[in-house]
Design a protein around this ligand. Structure first.
Ligand SMILES: [Mg+2]
Length: 181
């Protein structure tokens, strides 16, 4: 069996949302990036925690999970965001661009149907700040069917914390894939 996927969101996970005063955690550094399709004179400001790169590398190096970007940054996650954290080139889920005005057009995370099709019955741990109760029910249903699934949901104003990755490692090291490795 292959190691489970580690699906990784960016907005609200690596890039925290500003609080009501418009400030971001002091741990994060400012970068201006130019996403695909934007002109160079119209960059987007992002805030990233330089500690996240080494934290994620510690997880990736164990080989217990297969990291994949799962974000509306799509390929830009690999070409723009990852390099700012000194991460290697990671694959990404090529999410579509639905015309939606909410991230939960059907009461659950808009990415989920695409992720489900992409995953098939592969086990996964998915870190995203935007799950609803329907997504947690979906994960419970997959677990009940024997498809090991863990959702980890950071506070979007704080983003990814060390304990989230500890949870990933604890979970992954208990799977049959880890024991066979
Ligand atoms: Mg998000």
């Amino acid at each position: 069996m292959r190691p489970p996927y580690l699906l990784l969101d960016i907005d609200g996970v690596l890039i925290p949302f500003p609080d009501e005063h418009g400030s971001t955690p002091a741990t994060h550094a400012r970068h201006d990036v130019v996403p695909t399709g934007r002109s160079a004179d119209n960059p987007v400001t992002v805030w990233l925690n330089p500690d996240h790169g080494p934290m994620l590398m510690d997880v990736i190096r164990t080989g217990l999970v297969t990291p994949v970007w799962c974000t509306s940054w799509r390929q830009d996650a690999t070409t723009l965001i990852g390099p700012l954290l000194d991460l290697p080139t990671l694959p990404y889920v090529d999410l579509p661009r639905p015309q939606i005005t909410t991230s939960h057009p059907n009461g659950y995370l808009w990415k989920r149907d695409h992720v489900e099709a992409w995953l098939g019955d592969a086990p996964t741990v998915w870190i995203d700040d935007d799950f609803t109760t329907l997504d947690h029910a979906w994960a419970a249903e997959r677990n009940a069917k024997g498809t090991t699934t863990l959702l980890i949901q950071p506070d979007p104003h704080l983003g990814l914390q060390p304990e989230h990755l500890t949870e990933v490692m604890t979970w992954a090291s208990q799977l049959p894939t880890a024991r066979a490795a």
